[in-house]
Design a protein around this ligand. Structure first.
Ligand SMILES: Cc1cc2nc3c(=O)[nH]c(=O)nc-3n(C[C@H](O)[C@H](O)[C@H](O)COP(=O)(O)OP(=O)(O)OC[C@H]3O[C@@H](n4cnc5c(N)ncnc54)[C@H](O)[C@@H]3O)c2cc1C
Length: 492
């Protein structure tokens, strides 16, 4: 590719990059978007629902939370460890972003709460109906990957507006002149070239596919005590590029939750064992009230505080039979309702394929041995727990008494849960306009960063009460940066 010029160059065509590209183009700017892979949409193609506050869906459902109320709750949840001005502007924009998406042809199924369970078991007691589930391409029930319909429509909209997306093109470094960002050095199959522009927007989706950096920054060893989603290509390029250009550092974290290893291949188990049954750690001891299991974030945090970062969810045949007959206690919108429907086939498949994170045994002793936990301690924990079930009161953690099922009738089953994550968050320091700042709070003119590369708005863990926050931050930060970059160029 020969050298190019445009008004705005956007590095990546994932969710936030698409939003930024469209917003800048709608302001009349010429936009070139560099995309490393051969598709748009990034991790968003795997997801389901962005958050919004104050939409027509919520008004119809008589859910009348205002953006200011959501902002206040968010700030309290994160203990004010985030840029209040950015977060306020973000929440204020979310409802209009749903309309913006609808105007370009994105359809939503409506609202979903995070979990279809009683109030006690919901994330942080009450999950608000904030997630707006994208209607899957071609209809059908919403499920994982339905947000691909949104990124597809956004891509079409970008192209209609004249955004030029250069596929299999890697943004490599930011061109700086007189302290301003004035373009990007890029590489494609033919070699290096430059895209000169008045504004640069970084949107490369974090470093979820960079185990070395994850180990360095967070201490987790991917494949050993972390089994996060690894969307190919998310190496942290944009964060590196911004830092090399003088950007400051923002707090980085994994967007932590929990899952069994390789969960997409044992999807029913991942949901079936996510029940408020009997859970122990590697010492064979209970470590939390299992009715918290639907709160993916808090349970993930609890797991990474256990030896070897692992938890075992254990059921006996009687519980399995009950769940198969009456349905499980906890259902979530991601795993769906059919998680016990093929139990025997799922067990057979896991055993015959040698899936080592699933255990089945006729006796509790054999189960403990298979799990690699001390047999004596495990048997004591079971006995203590079964006594509490008889008494109808969990003396240790006060788990909801409805879920006090004894562990008594073999065969016994266990699944190992580890920390998982959707990806990484944060890295590049931005202000409320998504302008990149140095560590000394000085704006780097012409440089913007959006999406997960810039997302440092959660304090230390994902605020599940407001489900859909990550996609929403990507969409809205992208939109705001596109608009702000256009304004910056107009004032040059
Ligand atoms: C399984 C799964 C389910 C999820 N479900 C939800 C959900 O329901 N709700 C929610 O809010 N969030 C959800 N998320 C999170 C959300 O999808 C992501 O956080 C979001 O897509 C991130 O957007 P982004 O623009 O920062 O990065 P992405 O959308 O991931 O895009 C990054 C892009 O950068 C490109 N890229 C990387 N490096 C370069 C480079 N050097 N040059 C050019 N291009 C580059 C990549 O190829 C990619 O296209 C989910 C995530 C996963 C993995």
């Amino acid at each position: 590719m020969e050298n190019r010029t445009c008004d705005v160059v956007v590095v990546a065509a994932g969710l936030s990059g698409l939003a930024a590209s469209i917003a800048a183009a709608e302001e009349g700017k010429s936009v070139i978007t560099l995309e490393k892979s051969n598709v748009t949409g990034g991790a968003a193609n795997m997801g389901m629902s962005p958050l919004a506050i104050g939409t027509h869906y919520q008004r119809d459902a008589n859910f009348n939370m205002t953006p200011a109320e959501a902002w206040r709750k968010h700030m309290n949840f994160i203990h004010w460890q985030g840029d209040a001005r950015l977060i306020k502007k973000y929440y204020e924009k979310t409802a209009s972003t749903i309309e913006w998406l609808e105007d370009m042809g994105v359809e939503f199924c409506g609202l979903i709460t995070a979990y279809a369970v009683g109030e006690n078991e919901r994330a942080y007691a009450t999950a608000y109906p904030t997630a707006h589930c994208v209607k899957p391409e071609g209809g059908g029930a919403p499920g994982p990957r339905c947000a691909g319909a949104m990124t597809k429509r956004m891509t079409e909209r970008a192209k209609e507006l004249g955004v030029e997306i250069l596929f299999e093109t890697v943004g490599d470094s930011i061109i700086m002149e007189d302290g301003k960002a004035v373009g990007v050095k890029a590489k494609d199959k033919d070699g290096e070239f430059e895209v000169r522009a008045n504004a640069v927007i970084i949107a490369t989706g974090g470093f979820g596919d960079n185990p070395e950096l994850i180990k360095e920054r967070f201490g987790y060893e991917w494949g050993k005590d972390l089994f996060s989603f690894r969307i190919p290509g998310m190496k942290g390029d944009g964060i590196r590029m911004a830092w090399e250009a003088g950007a400051g550092h923002s707090k980085m974290m994994m967007e932590l939750m929990y899952q069994c290893p390789d969960n997409m291949t044992v999807w029913n188990f991942d949901g079936a064992f996510r029940q408020p049954v009997f859970w122990v750690n590697k010492r064979g001891e209970r470590f939390m009230n299992e009715d918290m299991a639907p709160n993916s974030t808090f349970t993930g945090n609890a797991i990474v505080n256990q030896p070897e970062n692992v938890a075992f969810s254990i059921m006996d045949q009687k519980i399995v039979n009950t769940y198969r007959k009456k349905g499980p206690d906890l259902l979530d919108h991601v795993h769906g309702h059919a998680i016990f429907d093929n139990w025997e086939a799922d067990v057979e498949q896991a055993l015959s394929s040698g899936y080592k994170y699933f255990h089945k045994a006729d006796t509790l002793e054999e189960l403990a041995e298979s799990m690699g936990v001390p047999v004596d301690t495990f048997l004591e924990s079971v006995e203590e727990y079964n006594d509490m079930c008889d008494e109808g009161w969990d003396d240790l953690f006060e788990k909801d008494r409805r879920y006090l099922y004894k562990v008594a009738k073999g065969p016994f089953y266990a699944l190992e849960f580890y920390a998982g994550a959707y990806g990484t968050l944060g890295g590049v320091k931005v202000n409320h306009k998504l302008e990149v700042e140095t560590d000394e709070f000085k704006v780097i003119p012409g440089l913007y960063c959006v999406g997960t590369d810039a997302c440092a708005i959660y304090g230390d863990c994902y605020p599940f009460t407001f489900a859909g926050n990550t996609m929403a931050f990507c969409l809205n930060s992208g939109r705001m940066a596109g608009e702000n970059a256009a304004e910056y160029i107009d004032e040059l």
